[in-house]
Design a protein. Sequence first.
Length: 286
Amino acid sequence: MDLNVKYLIITVVVIILAVGGYTVLNLDNSNTITITGSTSAYPVVEALANAYMEKHPNVHITVSGGDSGVGITSVRSGKVDIGTSSRNLTNAESEGLTQYVIGNDAISIIVNDKNPVNTISLTQLEGIYTGNITNWNQVGGNNSSITPVTREVGSGTRADFENFILNNKSFESSIQVATFNYGLLQTVAVTPNSIGYIAHDYLNNQVKLLEVNDIPLTEQTVTNGSYPLTRQLLFIVKGTPTGNIKDFIDFSISPEGQSIVNNVEYNYTTSNVVYNPTSGIGPSGG
């Protein structure tokens, strides 16, 4: 075989191997990170993703929602890189998955801002949501019928609320259902005698936050565990994360990341967040 032809063949093989190696490296260290799951975690994850992309403009992070169940099943099936959940996983769900606590969240008990009630007990909440307490005058309020509102089936916040409050009992049969945290917040904001529950990072000044068992919901009471409706927000990955995925998780649980989490959780404003469950975020807003 001609020497020049041999050199040409060797050169082509080297290029193919180099391109192949680069492709494998890129797959392990992808510049795109996809995240989906709990709407309760969405504001926190959005803030973390934006902060990370400012530091790493070559990395594009998209965040979408659904609920905790969607996050768990999507990461297990390989549809996304990171799933998010606001509830603990079952033993069966946990198999093959790695979990990271990215912060503490709390379930906020909210009423219409014109409601004179300031505090409510876990026992009273159970009575309201099981239909045994039906009038606000039974819990220190006006003589008005109570309209309890709950989240949709599949919501991690609903699952946690059931675990905290219902004691294996069922919701009152005609209870009103609102979709997503923002939908429930808006329902309570415009319904005078309603009561509901949302992830704390969705709270804004359009509704009134109640104390629970006379304990206010603050960063301190959540951190020390004295607020009775405290839970964890989770990142979930399949197997062991590498590359940019691992780096983003490390950033999220670092002191800088935790400062971002706490800022989102406790510095709410008049319109803290508007959640679009189909939207992504990134340099182009995609």
